[in-house]
Design a protein around this ligand. Structure first.
Ligand SMILES: *[C@@H]1O[C@H](CO)[C@@H](O)[C@H](O)[C@H]1NC(C)=O
Ligand SMILES: *[C@@H]1O[C@H](CO)[C@@H](O)[C@H](O)[C@H]1NC(C)=O
Ligand SMILES: *[C@@H]1O[C@H](CO)[C@@H](O)[C@H](O)[C@H]1NC(C)=O
Ligand SMILES: *[C@@H]1O[C@H](CO)[C@@H](O)[C@H](O)[C@H]1NC(C)=O
Ligand SMILES: *[C@@H]1O[C@H](CO)[C@@H](O)[C@H](O)[C@H]1NC(C)=O
Ligand SMILES: *[C@@H]1O[C@H](CO)[C@@H](O)[C@H](O)[C@H]1NC(C)=O
Ligand SMILES: *[C@@H]1O[C@H](CO)[C@@H](O)[C@H](O)[C@H]1NC(C)=O
Length: 364
């Protein structure tokens, strides 16, 4: 019986010795100091730190570094700790000191073990093939096997434009995890052909590598189906042209899928012309009237109307533009060019009159 009690007491004391760290006081005076005060280590790299157990007199006290891995070396009241290859995800490093009444004073060394992701890639959730203008889609950035998730952020990009930043919600896990981040987009016509990508970044703080390490996903090229958009410059209403000159109507548009063109002439309802530009080399009064261009792809059809007025060579003096049908002079430079072209194409006397009048109306 007596023997059994002794055994119990001994076991209890061994147990007490083992659990001493759980009762230590990290807020005591003159606590142990680690150098450096924080460790950031890449998985599998060597690591080291040292602990100065007390700044004042503390000889005769029991002190140590507690760690599941590594070698320790004590010199006076200094303890150094090293490990060749740090691979313990849940490692805690503790430096402690006991006084004569077994009161414990201790310091934990904050330690971050990080691992670069195996892979970073971007995709669209539940969607393949072309996107549609102004519909909602969700980008998804997958970061595979990275640690610690707590320090991970993902940045979504379109070309060089930052679309947004998303932080991990996985706060507790120290071991590598695969994290998926999402971002909603509403692609516009201009985004057709744009490159979407994402970047994973570990924000490891000032003790970590500088600048913070980043990993980029490959680009994914967006195809955005959208309605045709006119590219030609705006044209005047009506388009006034002198007999014998070349009429050119430009209906060029961009769209995805690429649009097709059909034209209606004033003198024929259907034409075989499938070009974006209509050219009539030498106009006559029969060419006067309304031309309609229809630009069409599977998203939408848009129509453009051109009213063409053909002026005879025996010109009446041009009237000043009426407010109802103003001649759009969009840029002075083009007006001058037009004037100059006409100046070289008529007979001398007409040229003079026309030049003068056109210049006058362009300048007003
Ligand atoms: C202990 O530290 C002192 C002073 O820093 C140094 O001179 C001495 O060589 C060290 N001893 C050992 C065994 O490292
Ligand atoms: C203990 O370490 C500190 C800082 O690391 C150093 O200044 C001091 O000299 C060391 N003392 C001994 C006895 O090694
Ligand atoms: C140990 O530290 C505690 C807390 O500071 C104190 O109350 C106690 O008297 C100390 N014991 C000795 C023997 O110094
Ligand atoms: C994707 O589609 C599948 C099957 O239709 C569905 O179960 C899943 O919830 C969808 N995922 C998202 C993120 O919408
Ligand atoms: C993705 O495209 C952008 C330009 O849009 C370029 O700066 C970047 O280097 C590309 N990334 C990759 C991984 O090719
Ligand atoms: C028609 O307009 C487009 C877009 O502005 C331009 O690229 C093209 O050269 C023009 N075509 C002609 C024949 O002027
Ligand atoms: C074009 O069609 C309209 C009605 O669709 C018709 O009144 C007109 O005569 C036609 N013009 C020509 C030149 O065929």
């Amino acid at each position: 019986m007596f023997f059994r009690i002794i055994l119990l007491v001994v076991t209890w004391m061994i147990f007490l010795h083992d659990v001493h760290v759980s009762s230590c006081d990290p807020n005591c005076a003159d606590k142990p100091v680690f150098t450096p005060s924080e460790l950031v280590v890449k998985y599998g790299d060597p690591a080291s730190a040292s602990c100065s157990v007390c700044q004042h007199e503390c000889h005769g006290n029991l002190f140590d570094i507690e760690s599941a891995v590594g070698q320790k070396e004590t010199n006076g009241t200094n303890i150094s700790w090293t490990v060749d290859r740090l691979t313990e995800w849940e490692l805690s490093l503790l430096c402690y000191r006991n006084n004569a009444t077994d009161y414990q004073c201790c310091t934990y060394l904050p330690l971050t073990l990080y691992k670069p992701p195996d892979n970073v890639f971007i995709s669209l959730i539940n969607h393949t093939g072309p996107m549609h203008e102004d519909h909602a889609y969700t980008l998804q950035c997958t970061v595979q096997d990275v640690a610690p998730a707590e320090k991970l952020i993902v940045i979504f990009y379109r070309g060089r434009t930052v679309l947004g930043e998303v932080q991990s919600k996985n706060k507790k896990v120290k071991k590598p995890v695969t994290e998926i981040f999402t971002f909603n987009i509403n692609p516009r016509a201009e985004d057709d052909g744009a490159q979407y990508w994402c970047q994973a970044k570990l924000q490891l703080g000032p003790e970590g590598p500088q600048p913070p390490p980043v990993w980029m996903s490959p680009n994914t090229t967006a195809t955005v189906h959208h309605k045709p958009q006119l590219k030609g410059s705006s044209h005047p209403h009506p388009i006034t042209i002198t007999e014998g000159n070349t009429l050119q109507l430009n209906c060029t548009a961009v769209g995805n899928p690429p649009p097709t063109y059909t034209w209606k002439y004033p003198f024929a309802n259907d034409s075989l012309l499938r070009n974006s530009v209509l050219t009539i080399n030498s106009v006559t009064s029969a060419d006067q009237g309304q031309y309609t261009c229809s630009v069409s792809n599977k998203v939408a059809t848009i129509t453009v109307q051109f009213n063409v007025v053909v002026q005879g060579l025996e010109l009446p003096p041009p009237t000043t533009p009426s407010p109802k049908t103003p001649i759009k002079v969009t840029t002075t430079a083009t007006s001058y060019t037009k004037v100059r072209n006409k100046c070289t194409s008529s007979k001398p006397i007409h040229r003079f009159i026309l030049c003068f009048m056109l210049l006058f109306s362009a300048l007003v």
